[in-house]
Design a binder for this molecule. Sequence first.
Ligand code: F6R
Length: 261
Amino acid sequence: MEILIRETPEAGCRLAAKIIAKVVHEKPAAVLGLATGRTPLQLYRELIRLHREEGLSFKDVTTFNLDEYVGLPPTHDQSYRFFMQENLFRHIDIDPARTHVPNGTAADLQSECRAYEERIASAGGIDLQLLGLGRNGHIGFNEPTGSLRSRTWIKILSEQTLRDNSAVFGSFDTMPHHAITMGVGTILEARHLLLLAFGPAKVRAAMEMIEGPLAAICPASALQLHPRATIVLDEAAAAGLQSAEHYRWIDRHKLDWQRYE
Ligand code: F6R
């Protein structure tokens, strides 16, 4: 795992935007896996800025989002399709036909799961998958104890996740309790993983992901198995790491070609 600790979420997002921009510069038809939530908002703003001010083009890029709430149509303002339109897609030159978000209103959700896997495979797999980190260690909506080899599937959201995400829905009871999400096995097949976690609420999950045992109780610990997992933390999220000095040492001693900034 490559652990990069930055002072603030803003600095972490600028770094993440550079990592993504590098992928797109090297491969203009890259396939990007995307995430929603509070964490990547600043990163998406930075990608929009790079597009507007520095000519970063997404015109040949294909995207696959991690997840979507079951039952929310794309027009619902809390659906993840709506989130992506508002916070990224409508501000850049991406071809809407190349943007994919699981369909949470499919009549047959099981076949939508299979079809999503097929769409990823026929695009040639994911070059870089962006991830956030749930307070309980989830990635996508793969909640604790879900299989580490899972494929795109329907998950029941944990109480913790409902609590964390219910504010925007008004109440716990009116928000969807199920989601369609790439599985941990699907996520691990991306060629490069880029996970962002900021703020004190993520301290424990970051410790368990990086320094805890590989265990389904912390789905993000599966990143330990990946040959190329980059984790960007701010100081607040890194506060519980035992070996933070070691990660900083490694970061300072990188060779030029190993650096992103
Ligand atoms: C979002 C997703 C989730 C979030 C996680 C963190 O598509 O898959 O795993 O990344 O719940 O959410 P925030 O960023 O809101 O703290």
